[in-house]
Design a protein around this ligand. Sequence first.
Ligand SMILES: Cc1cc2nc3c(=O)[nH]c(=O)nc-3n(C[C@H](O)[C@H](O)[C@H](O)COP(=O)(O)OP(=O)(O)OC[C@H]3O[C@@H](n4cnc5c(N)ncnc54)[C@H](O)[C@@H]3O)c2cc1C
Length: 400
Amino acid sequence: MDFRFTPEAQQIQQEAIEFTRKEWEPGKWDTQILVNWHHQVDEAEEAVNEFEKKLVNKGWWTMHWPSEFGGQDASIEVQLAYREAMSYAGAPASLGGGLVAPVLMLAAPKWMQDEFLPGIASADLEFSQGFSEPDAGSDLGSLKTRAVRDGDDYLISGQKIWGTYRNPWIHILVRTDPDAPKHRGITYLLAPLKDADGEFMPGVQVRKIPDALGRHRWDELFMENWRVPARYILGEENRGWYTAMTTLSFERSNIQAPATMQRQIEEYIAFVRELKATRGFSPLDDAPFRNQMANLRIEIETLRMIAYRVGWMQSRGEIPQKESSMSKLWADVQYQKTMKTLARGLQEYGNLLPTQEGIDMPNEGFLNNRAFMSGTLSVAGGTTEVQRQIIAQRGLGLPR
Ligand SMILES: Cc1cc2nc3c(=O)[nH]c(=O)nc-3n(C[C@H](O)[C@H](O)[C@H](O)COP(=O)(O)OP(=O)(O)OC[C@H]3O[C@@H](n4cnc5c(N)ncnc54)[C@H](O)[C@@H]3O)c2cc1C
């Protein structure tokens, strides 16, 4: 068995490590996905965008895109090695295009590709996501937001939730045929959320959702007779469910999770060693705690191997299903366990949050912030129960 990357992948991994050392100051913003510190803070968004532009200039932002769309056809292995390095460095972004670019490439007419892909490729255009609704999360196919045809437009009414609707455009799933079986009456659209002055379009209202610490993280979107040009359909009317599920062979191993955790453990060890020097105590004095740290290290390494397996399957043209669910599930549960263990190691100091201004917080309180907010990982992007269902059914052949 040979677990090493190809020389090409090793080279880009090394280059990415060196690049981030120069171009990104770790710790400037806490970039851990979903427990990030910078959600909806303008200054942080600008710092992230500035970094994305550097990736554009370097040619990395769209390296995974097909060459006919200006990319470099980077192999899955190269994408994985690169992304691992970026995540380990705590970089806030790595590859551009999200869910929208692949769908544009596969399901949109040329004029639409020409209208949107250049902006995505230069990191000037980002889309908000309009999928989840208050009563359509795990069972997304039961979404109710209604789009009624009116001449060349749709009039859209309904509610979306759990997005950050600050971008000028949104990619959104709407119900266009209420009488069809639920997955067959959905249409996938790109829609302008804001006008040229940055104001929300008539019929659109956004309400903030505070997180458990009272900070602004997510939003709810209310739509009432919001007029959207029908020409911005992705794929065909009423076939949106199938269009939205389209994926190009972009890497989706979830390698970010073990790489980030590994880095955070290393930072923690450096931090508590300093603590010993300045305050005279360290959780590392405690043998059972050291054992727990060793266990975390093994578990994170296991997760890394699962992520590699997903990438390896993709590189062979296979479609990882239960393996992707295993990677997502283990990553979420492991992140929660890791952050709670590290925070507990600091005893009462680990319980301090960054909101407690004026108090001397170890590691600026990020640790407990991460531990506290990591609970959301069990829900975002597909709940742990749903991942377990997939593993049970597709991995073990158990009945529904
Ligand atoms: C922090 C955060 C960020 C999010 N970001 C986004 C985003 O960017 N874009 C977006 O569109 N959505 C986003 N979401 C929404 C997220 O995708 C949904 O919350 C998630 O899919 C669960 O849906 P729900 O909240 O409706 O819960 P429900 O689906 O109602 O689930 C409630 C409970 O029932 C369980 N359950 C449901 N179905 C089954 C089943 N078949 N078998 C066993 N148990 C089941 C669930 O596991 C859960 O415990 C985000 C959510 C959170 C919390």
